[in-house]
Design a protein around this ligand. Sequence first.
Ligand code: GDP
Length: 395
Amino acid sequence: MGRRKKIVQECEKLMDKPDQIRNIAIAAHVDHGKTTLSDNLLAGAGMISDETAGQQLAMDTKDDEQERGITIDAANVSMTHEYEDRNHLINLIDTPGHVDFGGDVTRAMRAVDGALVVVDAVEGAMPQTETVLRQALREGVKPALFINKVDRLISELQEGPQEMQERLLKVIRNVNELIRGMTEDMDDVDDWTVSVEEGTVGFGSALYKWGVSMPSMQATGLDFGDIIDMERNDQRQELHEKTPLSDVVLDMVCEHFPDPLDAQPRRIPRIWRGDDTLDVAEQMRLVDDDGEVVLMVTDIGIDPHAGEVASGRVFSGGLEKGQELYVSGTAGKNRVQSVGIYMGGEREEVERVPAGNIAAVTGLRDAIAGSTVSSIEMTPFESIEHISEPVITKS
Ligand code: GDP
């Protein structure tokens, strides 16, 4: 059996175990390394080769993206990761980092429960870091932080351990100030600031494929001094082998991001304002696989063979071929032609996509990004508010 087929089968085995699912987005200011980091994760999961991670730009599926070197569409990918002797299904949405594509970022946040925010160690938090954080928090999505390009502090800026630590702490402080400011009036979340001690902050180099966090440093015994020595002595490959970025980040995702069972009771009242005493409200809060089918479409893509493909989050019930579903804002029903998951930008058809997952669906001809698709007529989800960047106009 091919490697790809095997991964699809592994994903399928985990799809109906919501406590082993993590739906996540990676978001960043442009050029801070989101695409390079995503490629590391795909390579770590065995989906692209280790050597080509960083060059392959697997998440950039459109030709014009490859040419322009920026990520345009939010691409989806499902992968598996073993953490503490349990396999996990990680549904990852890559979000555009370019200033013009903020609407896609907001939509991507609707589908996920955790957002890994990537910040360039040299540049620090930038305006778009603030925007993506605001988008995540507004959707009730928990943030974690990855400080990237740490290799540059060592090799280019020649910083020592003290200077480096001060710089990294400053980035964390800035990000936490932003999070605090955005969550102070939210009574449905605990403290969502990030912390090195708690393991919600990672550091490293997506380019050279190494990463560290407090738990990983405790496990490997490597400290900042060792890392600086290895970076300087051209032992980057060894550093990657000792403390691979993908393991550090995916362990963090499994440990700290909520699974759908944790997330949906908190997120549903925030994103859906229907009658909360209805059965369907309870089914969505509880990720009820036997409940009514409820899908929130977050993106419409075009497949050269299948035509329009809707992707989105299944909040309750299970999506299957042949179902006749209501599409909010339109009359009549659409018939599901196929259901699937995404593997590195490609769609793989499966029999059924259960509640708590991100699905790819064909046949929903009336659906647009933002549609609520359901087996009963119901109040649609709140429209997705697009938070735009500050516009600078020339006079
Ligand atoms: P995105 O716009 O956030 O997706 O950023 P990319 O992943 O496309 O990276 C932008 C640029 O930064 C590319 O030239 C990468 O090779 C480079 N880059 C990404 N990660 C690192 C890193 O950890 N260290 C260094 N030195 N460069 C990096």
